[in-house]
Write a protein that binds this ligand. Structure first.
Ligand SMILES: Cc1cc2nc3c(=O)[nH]c(=O)nc-3n(C[C@H](O)[C@H](O)[C@H](O)COP(=O)(O)OP(=O)(O)OC[C@H]3O[C@@H](n4cnc5c(N)ncnc54)[C@H](O)[C@@H]3O)c2cc1C
Length: 684
């Protein structure tokens, strides 16, 4: 499939929406209807206390819509539909992001932990109240001293058979729970992660359901609650700190699906290895990470929608000899900002949609497929990093693309920027997540996944992949055919040949992965080297294996999406957008392709020309592409675009006025307007 011969005709954005909406289209449609009310829109200029109050109220309203029960088991009033619940959170992210995060904490993290780590008695006792938001709770894992390395948490929970209770204790300040959502104001209970100790032996990190506030909202004895105070964004979320001073926790409050403590203190678990057990527990909570990636995608699409619509009506400078000022979206460099980002948003959307689908199927399977689970975790980690970094970069770019308007709170972008900023850190720091992805690739997913503790071990080096075979992730047959059809001599192949593009992505990943494995092996063969240094000396290379892998997975998802698009005009447009994603990714990394002889200098320059050519072709479709996201106007909430109609009229009137002032043939008489404007345009 090449897009060289395809000519773009106007596309009904609804045809794009059909492809984008995918497997959970009904959830997306419901969300557009249910959450379109003004009350879900963000509010500016509130105090922190007002924002928290409003968001807490909305949490109850949200529960009343029934959307929050989608992922929970049917016996407790849910629908047992993990994919729907993640999609629902993703849709919520078009509204106030504080509400999305608070909902994620309540139903995804807190409710998810009770459901997935607990057993029947916990479900019976608490799930209904959690679903209905009658019991608000926290997911208290991170400590001030341990965030990414949660296996090393310092909080302890020690069993005493005499009282049949656990003693939950924070041994020092840096072991206090920190940044915990719902802790500072609303949470009544918390799922607290701590080191389980029984019969004098540690069994690693487990989770307990612990009351933290009484009916009146005061901390229960032994629990100290602090407030993290003002943050860069997410002002409606009450993040706080929790410390425990020998708090007594009944034995049956251990969430014991993966590890049980008998009355006499005997510990049992179906998973013997402590590390494996812990990461199996965390693995079940993958939904949170998937939701954050998807939500970052929504915020990015919204920012692109605002910047693209604004850029379509904002005029600045006139062409030499002409009166009419240029619409900023007509400038090549403006297109260079918006269109590659838009193409990447499409690409990431399709990859995210596949991830959600895989998660739904893996989690809903009758039996546990460990290999599939590890790949799912890896994909979730990689796409969370890709989506959230893309959000941070793109929202900033959109802010700049709207000039001064982009800086005004009424135009939404400052809040989008502030609220999504931390997405690169919570649910796993992105850099650490990329290492997890790389580790899975380097060991062919043999290693107990989720932990970075084996980097410095000889066994890790022994387990490194001997031969790299890239597993295609989407539309396997189609992609194999496209790649196999590429003729041997690159120079003869069109840059728009999809097979060639795929081959470039595959080649880069394979080479990077093999190079990293060889360097690790070589480093380790010198016995003088400390194993930590062997890894650390190639850490940047190792991370590149992850990013090149994610790029390929994302391209494959896009190719598959184009292939399943039935409307011919929409398919041709998506194929061009896919070209732009592929070529702008190659262009951004052309240093590597040149260094490794994958592009000649001439062909590298041709990639840049091809990207510019695609921008020109896609320019008339920019608005269609953002409209395809089908973001209801009520969610956009940016004055610069809500005033679009009147502004265009004002602009048209202004054009007419200028023309009238200059009379007929004014273009000939008018001095070079660009020069004049440039002279008159000191930096403000
Ligand atoms: C607003 C907000 C809400 C949150 N909500 C919750 C919640 O509800 N519940 C909860 O349990 N937690 C929550 N968290 C905590 C969050 O999950 C952690 O902040 C996150 O896991 C990162 O941990 P850290 O802050 O200790 O950073 P660190 O892990 O200390 O990372 C600091 C820096 O070190 C780098 N680094 C760390 N290890 C490595 C390595 N091996 N190699 C290279 N670089 C490395 C990282 O890339 C990063 O740049 C929240 C955080 C915030 C800010």
């Amino acid at each position: 499939m090449t897009s060289t011969q395809q000519h773009l005709t106007p596309v009904d954005p609804a045809r794009l929406t059909e492809v984008l909406d995918g497997r959970w289209a009904h959830v997306r449609r419901d969300a557009r209807e249910q959450l379109g009310e003004q009350k879900y829109a963000p509010v500016y200029g509130e105090t922190g206390a007002q924002a928290r109050e409003r968001i807490t109220g909305l949490l109850k309203d949200l529960a009343a819509t029934g959307r929050t029960r989608l992922g929970f088991p049917k016996e407790y009033g849910g629908e047992g539909d993990a994919g729907a619940s993640v999609t629902s959170i993703e849709m919520l992210a078009y509204g106030d992001l504080s509400l999305m995060v608070k909902a994620g904490v309540q139903w995804g993290l807190f409710g998810g932990a009770v459901e997935l780590l607990g057993s029947r008695r916990h479900h019976e006792a608490y799930l209904r109240d959690i679903i209905d938001a009658d019991l608000l709770g926290c997911f208290a894992m991170t400590e001030t001293g341990h965030g990414s390395d949660v296996q090393q948490l310092r909080t302890t929970c020690t069993y005493d058979p005499a009282t049949q209770t656990f003693d939950l204790h924070t041994p020092h300040d840096s072991a206090r729970k920190d940044y915990i959502g719902n802790a500072a104001k609303d949470g009544r209970m918390a799922v607290v992660f701590a080191q389980l100790v029984t019969q004098g032996k540690r069994h690693g990190v487990h989770a307990w359901l612990v009351p933290i506030r009484d009916e009146a909202g005061n901390p229960v004895p032994g629990v100290t609650i602090g407030d993290d105070g003002p943050k860069a964004g997410l002002n409606g979320v009450d993040n706080g700190r929790l410390s425990f001073d020998h708090v007594s926790v009944p034995r049956d409050m251990l969430l014991d699906r993966y590890g049980q403590v008998a009355e006499d203190g005997t510990y049992t678990s179906s998973i013997e290895n402590e590390t494996r057990r812990f990461f199996t527990m965390l693995g079940t909570l993958v939904r949170g990470r998937v939701s954050v990636g998807g939500s970052a995608g929504s915020a990015t699409k919204l920012a692109l929608q605002i910047a693209t619509r604004y850029g379509d009506q904002r005029r600045q400078f006139a062409a030499p000899g002409e009166d009419r000022e240029i619409v900023v979206n007509d400038y090549l460099v403006h297109q260079r900002k918006l269109l590659p980002a838009l193409a990447k948003s499409y690409a990431l959307h399709f990859a995210q949609e596949e991830l959600t689908s895989t998660m739904h199927d893996v989690q809903g399977a009758e039996s546990v497929d460990e290999a599939a689970q590890r790949e799912l975790e890896s994909r979730a980690a990689g796409l969370k990093a890709a989506n959230t970094w893309h959000a941070t970069q793109t929202i900033q770019m959109c802010r700049e693309a709207c000039g001064g308007q982009g800086y005004l709170a009424e135009n939404r972008l400052p809040a989008l920027k502030a609220d999504t900023d931390v997405f690169t850190t919570f649910e796993g720091d992105n850099t650490v997540l990329l290492q997890l992805v790389a580790k899975g690739l380097l060991t062919g997913y043999q290693d107990s996944f989720g932990s970075l503790d084996s980097w410095g071990k000889a066994q890790f080096v022994a387990d490194l992949v001997k031969e790299t075979v890239l597993e295609r992730t989407a539309a396997r047959g189609l992609i194999a055919r496209l790649v196999d059809a590429v003729p041997g001599r690159d120079e003869e192949v069109s840059l728009l040949d999809r097979g060639w593009q795929l081959k470039m992505f595959e080649d880069r990943e394979k080479h990077t992965l093999e190079g990293a494995a060889n360097r690790l092996r070589k480093g380790a063969s010198n016995k003088e080297n400390r194993l930590f240094d062997v890894f650390n000396d190639v850490q940047d290379h190792v991370l590149r294996t992850a990013t090149t892998h994610i790029d390929r997975v994302v391209l494959e998802a896009f190719v598959a999406a184009v292939d399943r698009t039935t409307d011919p005009a929409a398919r041709a447009l998506l194929a061009k957008v896919c070209d732009l994603y592929a070529l702008s990714t190659i262009e951004a990394d052309r240093g590597w392709f040149l260094e490794h002889g994958r592009l000649t200098p001439a062909r590298s320059k041709a990639v840049t020309s091809a990207v510019n050519g695609l921008l020109k072709e896609l320019r008339p479709h920019m608005r269609t592409l953002v409209d395809g996201f089908a973001i209801p106007d009520a969610w956009v909430q940016a004055r610069i675009v809500s005033e679009e109609g009147p502004r265009q009229e004002v602009m048209a009137a202004e054009d007419a006025r200028v023309r009238a002032a200059h009379g007929e043939g004014s273009a000939v008489d008018t001095p070079d307007a660009t020069a004049v404007d440039l002279e008159m345009a000191p930096a403000q």
